[in-house]
Design a binder for this molecule. Structure first.
Ligand code: HEC
Length: 203
């Protein structure tokens, strides 16, 4: 019986000491059992720091950094539209070069080929997995479409196609358009485009 009292008294002391003082204010620092990484040396913004040779805690932004709230540039390069209007530009603002075409081919084959197919005829592998109506980029409507509108389609998508603006850098979008134009041209050749001397070799 004496033991039971002793254990009971001990329990009371334990409960009061653990739970009894909760909510009480104390000016003493808390006991930290596992301080781990709670307190680390750090530099406050815009303050002195011995660590750097110029003594300045903040580092300069990387060259070419643009402020998040910098004015958005309403340029055909960024929007595919004639500045100040909602009209799409007819021609890409990026000059056509062999490098641009090669880059466009590379990017097209990563981002567009699975659906539109290597020839851009809309017969990509996804047609076998339930995606049935994929635009054939050789349709006269799309051949005649301005570069700016295709830029807009890549950026924001169109009907069933989602936008790829977040995945494809602006310059790469224009590169892809250049390559799509080359693919279109490859299907638009007429017999008369072939030099007469070689026409006989055509089937
Ligand atoms: C996941 C499949 C998929 C991918 C990837 C894809 N497209 Fe499409 N795209 C479609 C489908 C589906 C349509 C038809 C949309 C509709 O009219 O419903 C389409 C339509 C289009 C059109 C015609 C838009 C119009 O005005 O009718 C263009 C141009 C086009 N895609 C270009 C591209 C380019 C360039 C890429 C690569 C950056 C690309 N697409 C990637 C599925 C895809």
């Amino acid at each position: 019986m004496r033991y039971i009292f002793a254990v009971f008294a001990l329990l009371v002391v334990l409960v009061v000491s653990v739970a009894g003082f909760r909510g009480q204010m104390s000016r003493r620092p808390p006991i930290e059992l596992f301080p781990d990484m709670v307190r680390q040396p750090r530099v406050r913004p815009e303050s002195y720091a011995e660590f750097f040779t110029n003594g300045f805690g903040s580092r300069l932004p990387v060259a070419g950094t643009i402020a998040r709230d910098a004015a958005y540039q309403d340029l055909p390069l960024n929007t595919g539209r004639v500045p100040g209007t909602t009209n799409f530009v007819e021609l890409s603002p990026v000059p056509m070069t062999a490098e641009l075409l090669a880059r466009g081919r590379d990017r097209f084959q990563i981002s567009c080929l699975p659906c539109h197919g290597a020839l851009a005829d809309g017969k990509g592998i996804t047609t076998k997995y339930g995606m049935t109506v994929i635009a054939n980029l050789h349709d006269a409507r799309i051949v005649q479409m301005g570069d700016g509108e295709i830029f807009n389609t890549i950026t924001y998508g169109k009907n069933l196609m989602q936008g790829y603006g977040a995945n494809i850098a602006i310059r790469d979008r224009w590169a892809i358009i250049a390559y799509v134009r080359a693919l279109q041209l490859s299907q638009l050749g007429a017999r008369d485009d072939v030099p007469p001397a070689q026409r006989a070799a055509l089937r």
